[in-house]
Design a protein around this ligand. Structure first.
Ligand SMILES: [Zn+2]
Length: 302
């Protein structure tokens, strides 16, 4: 938490209010506890104009143009409880305050559990470059063109992490088809796919009737394609409902999301399965040390 839909909800809220605003001041009121990372002095960001706000996976990225017309980026990783709020939200969990040129407008970063991060960088892309290289055998199978290129250039090849709302079904297949291991573990692996966390992995696997511990290599192409369609549908639906408001999540304008009311397995351990005609009770297990929820009757392992 927050996952892709929550980050997207924040981005949309911010875009509606502070695009084209100028940053007048930046304060870190609790510098002892929260240390942002800078590639250059923070003063470079003063008087800069916010020219874009977007998302990569679960991170919010604010693009600014400095007084010298240079483009810079502010990458915010929300961690477990990070909030980006418009207005005056100063309390003991507020770690950064941006005063903007619209009168009285402030952007505050609150984070009670302090797993969030803030980075001021010249380019956001290298931060997200995949760290893990795939085995040569898997490269050959998953991305034959890149494999060939890699052989030619002898460069280390890394598969860039892909955003499920931005990749095609074919690209999704190239990452997951015939991959080894449990499906939920692969979905949570941010080097493969960015933005899908615990809630949406559980909910999408339930929708597709796939057991969270299902070995991926036993799933057919058709089954994976169907899964991808359902995953994208659930993510979009969650964005439309303003995300899931559990563990502190609120949108930029302090509005609660409503997707938590649509959860069908997440957090429902011991309750009756909501699929019509199914008498299963939702079970709890652990995958990749994350709490996992599924229906043992309609999500069977093959
Ligand atoms: Zn069921």
């Amino acid at each position: 938490m927050p996952e892709l839909p929550e980050a997207e909800t924040i981005v949309r809220g911010l875009r509606a209010h502070i695009l084209n605003s100028r940053i007048l001041s930046i304060d870190f009121p609790r510098a002892r506890y929260f240390r942002p990372q800078f590639e250059e002095p923070v003063e470079h960001y003063l008087e800069s104009r916010i020219i874009d706000i977007f998302r990569h996976g679960k991170s919010v990225i604010i693009q600014v143009k400095t007084l010298e017309e240079a483009e810079r980026f502010l990458v915010i990783r929300l961690g477990m409880t990070g909030q980006l709020l418009l207005g005056d939200h100063t309390d003991r969990h507020t770690h950064a305050i941006f005063c903007l040129d619209s009168p009285g407008m402030r952007l505050c970063f609150r984070d009670s559990r302090q797993f969030g991060k803030m980075l001021f960088v010249k380019d956001w892309r290298p931060i997200f470059r995949s760290q893990k290289t795939l085995s040569l055998r898997h490269q050959k199978k998953a991305a034959p063109e890149a494999y060939a290129l890699n052989k030619l250039n002898r460069q280390p090849f890394t598969l860039p992490a892909s955003d499920p709302l931005k990749i095609s079904a074919g690209e999704f297949l190239s990452i997951f088809w015939k991959r080894r291991g449990m499906i939920k573990a692969a979905l949570l692996n941010q080097h493969l796919l960015v933005g899908v966390g615990n809630i949406y992995a559980d909910e999408s696997l339930f929708a597709a009737r796939i057991h969270p511990k299902q070995r991926i290599q036993r799933l057919s192409k058709q089954r994976l394609l169907k899964y991808f369609t359902l995953l994208v549908k659930i993510l979009n639906n969650a964005i439309d409902l303003g995300g899931s408001s559990i563990s502190d999540f609120v949108g930029a304008t302090n509005v609660l999301g409503e997707f938590q009311l649509e959860h069908r397995v997440y957090g429902r351990t011991g309750e009756k399965c909501l699929r019509r005609g199914c008498s299963g009770l939702i079970k709890h297990t652990v995958v990749s040390s994350r709490s996992t929820h599924y229906c043992p009757l309609c999500q069977r392992r093959i």
